[in-house]
Design a protein around this ligand. Sequence first.
Ligand SMILES: [Zn+2]
Length: 253
Amino acid sequence: MLSSQLIMEQIRDHPIVATISIAVGAVLASEVMWKAVLYFRDKREKARRVHEVVCFNELGEICAAQHLRNCSPGSPEPVVFRCHNKHCTLRNVGKIVEQIDRAEHSIDLAIYTFTSLTLAEAFKRALQRGVNIRIISDGEMVYSFGSQITTLARFGVPVRVPITTYMMHNKYCIIDGVERVKEIRMLKKRKWMRPCYSIAIIGSVNWTRQGFGGNWEACVITHDEKVTLMLQAEFNRMWKAFEKDENKIIQKE
Ligand SMILES: [Zn+2]
């Protein structure tokens, strides 16, 4: 109480000095706040950076029985808990799930076959968060046994396939691609959207049990700007090219 009275007296006696002091204090405070914003933004960006090759091979399933034993009662999914197998299929699939779970605005998937329930669940969680998902697949394999693409289509995910005898053999996914996020911002008529970090997942592996736990496959998970931009551009081109066939195949079911 006494000190605030003293300050008020000082301001009254030296108004110019007091004004300058307040202005300098405000500038310093805003500088500190700006540095804090940059620090946390940088920290968040570093956490999203990923540049990794994930290999699926004959050693991926050697810990499968252990996972099933550790499976909690009632849980539909085995758990990665205490696994020391560095080739572990579950852990490797978990790396893709982790990226899907981090999607904030968009997921664009071009995939030949998709039957993985674990990844389909991650897609459903993304849908619940309001993430815009689009899928391009192969005209025949979209109907493969256990296809999760038809399931996701029933949840409202738009699916396009080329009507051709050639195969749509791609296996890549772009999460929060820059151009797609811009498009969504314009569609939603928003002036600003929370900054996000694009991730690409690309390789030989189909999102199937055999692909993850039987075959020798590899995929790259990367935040590389050039890779994400180029894949997004190709996805957008294909999406437009297959426009007239959207959901036709799914509706035939
Ligand atoms: Zn394991």
